[in-house]
Design a protein. Structure first.
Length: 182
């Protein structure tokens, strides 16, 4: 839900018009900022509004995680975020009474190699043991309603985002298989 239920119809229509696919997809990717090793690549709201189907959303999310480095590092990071999303989904599926309107998820990660490691060096056991530097936060939830039901909209959105992470994990695994000649 992007507006309060009692919002004037013109305000609700304006919110839906900003990103018409959100009702069908259950989520949207508003923007991203990615360090490519030399400079930041910024993806703004206009870019996010152009992601009109699940494949485009997956490509957009994939662009955000390209800054994570090599496949092994990217896989660990994606798996870490996927686990955190699953925990958040479990919370929303267990709890009733709060509905979050126009809330967002903020994904932040540090894609830099560990100190002393070369960026082009293959990760060794120490790097594989290091947990990904990942932060997932719920933000922009100034409009929370007390309701007697579970927040079905957030559940739908989280399930969609988790499916996007599953697709990215499959893509990384397929890349690893191709690199091994399978």
């Amino acid at each position: 839900m992007t507006t309060e239920p009692e919002a004037p119809p013109d305000k609700a229509a304006k919110a839906r018009a900003k990103y018409p696919c959100q009702a069908r997809l259950g989520c949207r990717l508003v923007g991203a900022r990615v360090w490519d090793g030399a400079a930041y690549a910024d993806y703004d709201k206009a870019w996010g509004c152009g992601l009109r189907d699940e494949r485009a959303l997956a490509r957009g999310l994939g662009a955000f995680f390209r800054g994570a480095g090599a496949h092994r590092a990217r896989r660990a990071l994606l798996a870490e975020f996927r686990g955190r999303l699953a925990d958040l989904l479990a919370w929303f599926e267990r709890h009733e009474g709060l509905v979050f309107i126009s809330s967002s998820l903020l994904f932040v990660y540090d894609g830099a190699p560990p100190r002393g490691a070369r960026a082009d060096a293959p990760p060794g056991p120490a790097a594989a043991a290091r947990p990904p530097r990942a932060v997932l936060k719920m933000i922009d939830f100034a409009h929370v309603r007390h309701d007697g039901a579970r927040d079905a909209g957030y559940v739908v959105g989280l399930r969609r985002v988790i499916s996007l992470f599953d697709a990215l994990l499959d893509e990384v695994d397929d890349g690893d298989d191709a690199a091994r000649g399978r």
